[in-house]
Design a binder for this molecule. Structure first.
Ligand code: PCO
Length: 199
């Protein structure tokens, strides 16, 4: 029997932690052999996220959407609006990493690229998880806490950053949660959803 699919939209923004995207995707796809269902993965990137990893090196069945894709897909009435289609397609979204800029934009309702248009049009009945990653100085700014609270009030779930030596040499809180921890959380939310869907 063909396994059912869980459609996961992975968002990546312009924090250096975006360099972990290939390993995150790889770890998720490895689970497909071990579980009752399979993850189908699409990735939505901001322009700055693309600076940190090679989108063309991701497995072929992982579709990558960027701002150019949104604009080239729409020419006339009736053409798909990518940020709406992605939201309808997904069973869940994980934004890893979520940088300070996109966090602030989300909290204030700004939508000036494919990723923030997708989150602005998000169906709040579907899970959206986010993994903040930024320098400690940004993390400790009072706005960060406020913005995260706003997202949580909507029902989005934070996978909090951890303390470690950051890429710039500073040590402090702001590093993206470990990939294993992110995968575990995704798995648990997906399992719950799949269980509910089958009962
Ligand atoms: C740079 N910002 C950061 C924040 C995010 N950093 C991290 C980790 C990675 C390596 O383990 C890059 C994943 O340091 O999440 O470094 C500001 S100066």
């Amino acid at each position: 029997m063909e396994k059912s699919k869980f459609r996961l939209l992975v968002g990546a923004t312009g924090s250096v932690a975006a360099l972990k995207i290939p390993i995150l995707i790889d770890s998720l796809l490895k689970l497909n052999d071990q579980q009752q269902y399979i993850f189908e993965i699409y990735v939505v990137v901001t322009e700055h996220a693309k600076h940190f990893f090679e989108t063309s090196n991701l497995p072929g069945d992982v579709k990558v959407y960027d701002d150019a894709e949104e604009w080239s897909s729409w020419n006339k009435r009736g053409d798909p609006v990518v940020h709406i289609e992605l939201g309808k397609w997904a069973d869940m979204m994980i934004i890893a990493p979520l940088d300070a800029n996109t966090l602030a934009k989300m909290a204030q309702g700004l939508c000036d690229n494919l990723l923030t248009c997708t989150t602005r049009a998000w169906d709040m009945s579907k899970p959206l998880l986010f993994c903040p990653a930024m320098n400690t100085r940004m993390w400790e700014h009072p706005l960060t806490y406020k913005h995260i609270q706003i997202l949580k009030e909507w029902g989005h779930e934070e996978i909090p950053p951890i303390k470690k030596k950051l890429i710039c040499g500073d040590t402090g809180v702001g590093a993206m949660a470990e990939v294993e921890a992110i995968v575990e959380r995704i798995k648990s939310v997906a399992n719950d959803k799949m269980l509910k869907a089958n009962n």
